[in-house]
Structure formats: structure tokens, C-alpha cells
Design a protein around this ligand. Structure first.
Ligand SMILES: Nc1ncnc2c1ncn2[C@@H]1O[C@H](COP(=O)(O)OP(=O)(O)OP(=O)(O)O)[C@@H](O)[C@H]1O
Length: 284
């Protein structure tokens, strides 16, 4: 469980000046949840991620990760429970060979050789990288590098895996496949996933969506609950998915679309339902 209570953080920029980045965030995330964290530029997403892995410490309120308070001295205990993957895998990949890179984290945990090799095998398989252990990292595609970075985090066997905009440098279909892989891992391993993104269509793939705005939690709910508040989302500088936008406009013109519309297929279903009910009513 991650528990943030009235969590605040300000960057010190000078003797007196402080930039408030988080302003009283209350949030509870259970281990095993599959969550998208979304917000406009500067809303505080990266600051929250850095607090969650104890790169920063709260300047107000409290933050606990699986019962461990995030504060100076507890960094290693926190990082045993939470692993993070950043936007650009080139910043994170250290070793030349794929298998060595994935083994790097577990080696630093001081684990036995056998356990390390078990974890490397598991992580490579989980990310569809089996047979690639001997490859040189520099020869991989951006999508493959991102998967190696995630495999490295996974080999630490964290309770939570946090991904800070991991798809922003990938083509959309590759990013989508990556999210489906994460979903699979979340279901199978019960590992909590917190995925930071700017993209609402990506957020639609998660169970829970937390929207940050100006360092505060603006919304927290299922994608359907969040997308229903499309006006507020736009106000927070976020685009709703095209299908949600179209459904809003159609409903605004009196078209009685049923159900929650999150994406193209659910809009298609609602439109098909409309044709069905017209046919039943004997309409054209
Ligand atoms: N090192 C820093 N020093 C001073 N202010 C900072 C620093 N890093 C971030 N900020 C400020 O803190 C606020 C939150 O920034 P943060 O990077 O957490 O937002 P974000 O939602 O991750 O944005 P983006 O999507 O652009 O990465 C912003 O006002 C930002 O300008």
C-alpha cells in the first residue's frame, strides 16, 4: 500500500524562494492496483514519482510505501519495494549486454547467483525478450530498450512498478503493446503498476485513473468516471480521447448513446445499439 497524507513538496530555488509542486495530496494505492497517473505539464507527476522512490523527501505531510515512511535514511528500504522506469531507457541502461543489464539490480541487492539468474530469466520471459540476453543493448530498437529497462526493474521483484512516461518515445502501437504486457504482469504477479502519461487514450487502458492538476488530485476514479468529466479535463489542459469527444457532441445534440464510452470500439457498440433500438421501434 502507498499512503500519501496531505503530501506536499516544494523545490527550494534560493534562500527564500520555493516552488510548490505538490500541495496536499491524499492518495491510497493498494499493491496490485493498475493505475494511470495523468496531468498536464507541471502538474506534479514527476515530483510525485521522485517522492515515491525516495529521490526526494516530503516537505509537508506524509508518505509511506508498504509501511515505510519516505524520509532521509529510508531510501534503500523504499527502493526494495518500489522500482521506477524513466522515460528514456538510455538514461537507465548501464551494462553492454541485455542479460547483464537486467542482472544489475538484483546483483546490487546482494542476492545469490542462482536467484539472480532465475530472476533474469523470469524478467526476460515476462517482457518477451527470451533469447535476447546475449544481445548488445546499443543494437536494440527504442521499444526493445524500453522493455530491457522494465525487465531490469521487474527483476528487483518490487511490490510496485512505476513507469514515468515510458511510452512517450515509442510509436503508439508499441506503447499499447507494452501496457498490455504490464497488465498481464499486474494480473499474474499481483504487482502494483503506476503508469505516468499525458495520453488519455492510454489512461483508458487502466483500472484507475488519478488526475493531477496544479499539484493536487483533481480526479480519482475509473476511466469511465473520469472521462464523464470531460469539461473539467479540458480545463486542466488534458485532451479527452476522440471517441469520448464525439460521444459528448452526439449526446449534446440529443443522440441517446448508452453506456460508458472510452474508446472507438465502445462508441461503435453504442452506435450499433442505437440502430438496434430504432429497428425495434420500427424506425428507418
Ligand atoms: N528541479 C526543479 N526546480 C524547481 N522547480 C521544479 C523542478 N522540477 C520541477 N519543478 C516545478 O515543479 C512543478 C511540478 O513539476 P513536475 O515536473 O513534477 O510536473 P510534471 O507533471 O511531471 O510535468 P511534465 O509532464 O512536464 O514532466 C512545476 O511547476 C515545475 O516547474
Amino acid at each position: 500500500m502507498i499512503e500519501a497524507e496531505n503530501l506536499s513538496f516544494s523545490y527550494r530555488t534560493g534562500e527564500e524562494d520555493a516552488v510548490p509542486a505538490l500541495r496536499g495530496v491524499d492518495l491510497r494505492l493498494g499493491s496490485g492496483e493498475f493505475v494511470a497517473l495523468i496531468g498536464h505539464n507541471g502538474s506534479g507527476k514527476s515530483t510525485l514519482v521522485k517522492l515515491l522512490v525516495a529521490v526526494l523527501h516530503p516537505t509537508g505531510g506524509g508518505l509511506r510505501v508498504e509501511g515505510v515512511p519516505v524520509r532521509p535514511g529510508n531510501e534503500l528500504e523504499v527502493r526494495r519495494r518500489v522500482a521506477v522506469v524513466f522515460q528514456n531507457p538510455d538514461d537507465q541502461l548501464i551494462m553492454n549486454r541485455v542479460a547483464d543489464d537486467v542482472a544489475f539490480g538484483p546483483e546490487n541487492l546482494g542476492l545469490e547467483r542462482e536467484e539472480i539468474s532465475r530472476r533474469v530469466g523470469f524478467a526476460l520471459r515476462a517482457l518477451g525478450l527470451e533469447g535476447m540476453g546475449e544481445r548488445l543493448v546499443e543494437e536494440l530498437s527504442p521499444g526493445e530498450k524500453q522493455r530491457v529497462a522494465i525487465a531490469g526493474a521487474l527483476a528487483m521483484r518490487p511490490r510496485f512498478l512505476i513507469l514515468d512516461e515510458p511510452t512517450s518515445l515509442l510509436p503508439a502501437p508499441v506503447g499499447r503493446r507494452l501496457i498490455l504486457t504490464l497488465r498481464e504482469l499486474n494480473r499474474r504477479e499481483g504487482m502494483g503498476v503506476i503508469h505516468v502519461t499525458h495520453s488519455m487514450s492510454e489512461a483508458a487502458l487502466f483500472e484507475r485513473v488519478v488526475v493531477l492538476d496544479g499539484g493536487r488530485v483533481l480526479m480519482d476514479g475509473t476511466p469511465a468516471e473520469v472521462f464523464r468529466r470531460s469539461g473539467e479535463l479540458r480545463g486542466a489542459g488534458l485532451d479527452v480521447p476522440l471517441a469520448v469527444e464525439l460521444a459528448d457532441r452526439l449526446r449534446g445534440r440529443g443522440v441517446p448513446l448508452r453506456g460508458d464510452i472510452l474508446d472507438g470500439p465502445s462508441l461503435g457498440e453504442a452506435l450499433a445499439g442505437l440502430r438496434g433500438s430504432r429497428a425495434e421501434a420500427g424506425g428507418p
